[in-house]
Write a protein that binds this ligand. Structure first.
Ligand code: GLY
Length: 288
């Protein structure tokens, strides 16, 4: 992976197995005035989001989740903020969460403290699970969207107590988190034209019926209450709704989420139809 270390209008990255192509791109990057190039290992393998709550000393991981960043089925089309997610991940290597905590989250938290910038809050670790083990892709200092809707749907113990313990430095005394033993799936309903030019102002119907499907919660992200339109709920663009369903199994959660999605009417809207599908089919695998 050869990257221009600077702004390149979306053309800065070349992912290739062809040495000549990699060298040519690197030369192009270096030829620019002040040009610099970044060479990164190509990461092949499924992605995982692991949210770690920390108080600056201890780290409590939440359930790992997977999100779907491309707009279209089969991971096609432009990147988005996230079109869906599911948890837990039956396909991850045994002990992966403990390994991420030990090898990634705790060292980061300790290093931040050593540098005089102690961090408490939510450390979002974005990983690829490759044939050579886990690799960090990114960190964020926030919950991820839409993984959070799925992850928190399964959290039975109090989120408030967890966040309070993080904020006050008492995570080490917090009893273990209690998780629902089932699964959760989130499907995002996006506005027409999203992500390039999302439209807004369309009325959404079916929200009550969708919310009444067993195990379903409808999260509003891009909506508003239009008093002038007979009190309707209208879309304000972007990722409008995150339909989240719990189920005893991943397949049941998925079926419920899509049953609820089918009840929503929003002109021009679209969603992916393959959220969690490969996982339900047992087709998500770590290379090698
Ligand atoms: N789901 C990706 C993110 O929140 O950054």
């Amino acid at each position: 992976m050869v990257k221009d270390d600077g702004l390149a209008a979306g053309k800065g990255v070349v992912v290739t197995s062809d040495r000549a192509e990699a060298l040519a791109h690197a030369e192009q990057c270096l030829a620019k005035s002040g040009g610099r190039v970044v060479i990164e290992e190509y990461l092949e393998g499924p992605e995982v989001s692991l949210f770690c709550v920390t108080d600056g000393v201890d780290v409590v991981p939440l359930l790992p989740a997977q999100d779907f960043k491309r707009v279209g089925d089969g991971d096609l089309g432009p990147n988005t903020g996230g079109m869906g997610a599911y948890t837990p991940l039956a396909w991850t290597p045994h002990g992966m969460v403990d390994e991420v905590v030990e090898r990634v989250a705790l060292p980061v938290v300790r290093e931040m403290a050593l540098r005089g910038a102690p961090f408490s809050g939510l450390l979002y670790v974005g990983l690829a699970v490759t044939r050579r083990g886990i690799r960090v892709i990114e960190f964020n200092a926030r919950f991820g969207d839409p993984e959070t809707q799925a992850v928190l749907a399964l959290l039975e113990s109090g989120l408030g107590a967890l966040l309070y313990a993080s904020a006050t430095g008492h995570l080490g005394e917090l009893p273990p988190l209690i998780w629902n033993h089932g699964a959760a799936v989130t499907v995002v309903v996006a506005a027409g034209g999203y992500p390039a030019s999302p439209r807004s102002g369309d009325v959404i119907t079916g929200l009550e019926a969708a919310g009444a499907v067993e195990g379903v919660q409808v999260f509003h992200a891009g909506t508003t209450h239009a008093v002038e339109e007979a009190d309707a709920i209208v879309a304000t663009g972007g990722r409008v709704l995150a339909i989240t369903a719990r189920g005893a199994s991943l397949a049941e959660a998925r079926d419920r989420a899509y049953e609820a999605v089918a009840l929503i009417e929003l002109d021009g809207s679209h969603c992916r139809s393959d959220i969690a599908l490969a996982a339900v089919r047992g087709e998500v695998t770590v290379p090698g």
